[in-house]
Design a protein around this ligand. Structure first.
Ligand code: PHE
Length: 462
């Protein structure tokens, strides 16, 4: 007998929650600056190829594993008959905690921007560098944000997020669409559009490939079992391939729109697209200012508030990883599991908070990719998690699903809720990608990363 486990109220609830996990700072903060650093359209194209060709099949697989096992990531492999593979889930829990450690900090910046713009401080963009090293402020917001996530997660995942995603996400999209239209009216906006949409083949190099792949995983919340956990709450008769397609399309569209909004803004203000992780924070306040004080405050504060909520629906899925692990594996009660995890993650956030100018050690932390300047700790963990750990997770999940668990079992699970699946084009597409594309592409990238990191190869140097 299957134990009763809380479920999403319906198909929409699941899609809303999973899309809520996917859509977040990854789309609106990280994606634009990665595109900016990665040469514009070239990065965008690679990202799209990786999302649909490689990440989508892994998303389908993660959801299927979760639903079949009826368990969260760290304990899902035992009921499938392969307890040894549980290390994938445990790796995912660790990776989720690493991601949260910087994600909470950036969410704190976003919430802080909401407060600043609400009080009419449009100059905050020019003071971004000073703002993020103001530790009492940033620390306060980070703590507040961590507590908000913990409170929601302690109520159980299926409540709360559905509602938040249902109303707030469409509102965020509406504001972005408005901003895209506004962006087109600004002088020099065409330069931004060209940078974003007309590819320059010479911009493609090993680093751009590596980063766009990592971005696809990060953006879709893949490779760490977050979607395994959400899948474990999904009902038997839901159609996984089509739900996953909808999640992918939503996520990719929102990232695409964010780029369409930001680059005209960047170019119309004469800023550089290569501004790094401060890109949206430096660019947007000036844009809101041009709308006049009333409209600027309304649109600007609403934008950052909605982005705070988008971040929250992502941090919920991240915190759920260690929490489900502690409660499923060690039978810990939900509440203490939540607060213990949140506390550990908050401690892990400290170096990231200090890495933006406050502490010299964490600000100039490490040098890699053949660069001359040192990278700060926060950028380093962001890169490590999204470009290395998540693709490793994705590699292991695809290998597991087709070679260990076996393709026919995966397909049988996918047929529940999608009766003709096994004979469909989608089945061939997903099967081919998992069996050949993922292992080869991810395998090569992982090997290169290892050579680069441990043996000093310099393939990323431009
Ligand atoms: N996908 C989220 C975003 O784009 C981040 C995330 C990564 C959430 C991994 C959960 C797991 O913001």
């Amino acid at each position: 007998m299957r134990k009763k486990r809380s479920q999403f109220s319906n198909r929409f609830g699941f899609i809303a929650a999973a899309a809520g996990s996917a859509v977040g700072l990854g789309n609106i903060w990280k994606f634009p600056f990665e595109v900016g650093n990665g040469g514009g359209a070239a990065f965008l194209i690679l990202y799209l190829i990786f999302c649909f060709g490689l990440a989508y099949p892994i998303l389908v697989t993660e959801i299927a594993i979760g639903r079949r096992a009826h368990k969260s990531a760290a304990v899902a492999f035992r009921p499938l008959g392969h307890p040894r593979w549980s290390f994938i889930g445990i790796l995912g829990v660790a990776c989720g905690m690493i991601i949260l450690s910087f994600y909470n900090v950036v969410s704190g910046w976003v919430f802080g921007y909401f407060v600043e713009i609400l009080t009419g401080n449009f100059d905050i963009g020019k003071n971004f560098g000073g703002y993020i090293k103001d530790i009492p402020t940033i620390g306060g917001y980070t703590i507040a944000f961590s507590i908000a996530t913990a409170v929601i997660v302690s109520q159980g995942v299926t409540k709360g997020i559905e509602k938040a995603s249902k109303i707030l996400m469409p509102l965020l999209v509406a504001i972005i669409v408005f901003l895209v239209i506004y962006a087109f009216t600004l002088p020099n906006s065409m330069e931004g559009i060209k940078f974003y949409l007309i590819p320059n083949i010479h911009a493609i190099n090993m680093e751009v490939i590596y980063r766009s792949l990592g971005q696809a995983f990060f953006s879709l919340s893949l490779g760490l079992g977050a979607m395994i956990t959400y899948g474990s709450y999904l009902g038997r008769n839901e159609n996984i391939p089509s739900a996953a397609a909808l999640i992918t399309l939503t996520d990719v569209s929102i990232a695409f729109l964010a780029g369409l909004m930001i680059f005209p803004f960047v170019f119309s203000q004469g800023l550089e697209p290569t501004g790094g992780s401060g890109l949206i924070f430096i660019t947007l306040p000036g844009v809101f200012q041009t709308m006049g004080p009333v409209l600027g405050i309304i649109i600007g504060s609403l934008f950052f508030l909605l982005l705070t909520f988008a971040a929250l629906t992502s941090t919920i899925s991240l915190l759920e990883l260690p929490v489900a692990f502690l409660s499923d594996k060690f039978k810990m009660k939900r509440r203490p599991a939540v607060w213990l995890s949140a506390f550990i993650i908050l401690m892990l956030s400290i170096p990231s908070m200090l890495a933006n100018g406050y502490s010299g050690f964490f600000t100039n932390f490490i040098t890699y990719f053949g660069r001359n300047e040192a990278t700060d700790f926060m950028t380093f963990v962001t890169d490590l998690a999204s470009n290395t750990l998540l693709p490793i997770g994705g590699f292991l999940i695809s290998i597991f699903s087709v070679y260990i668990w076996k393709r026919h079992k995966l397909f049988r699970e996918l047929s529940h809720g999608s009766p003709g699946f096994t004979k469909s084009f989608a089945a061939r597409y997903i099967g081919f990608s998992l069996q050949y594309v993922s292992p080869v592409i991810l395998g090569v990238i992982i090997i290169i990363t290892i050579l680069e990191t441990f043996f000093g190869f310099n393939m990323f140097a431009k």
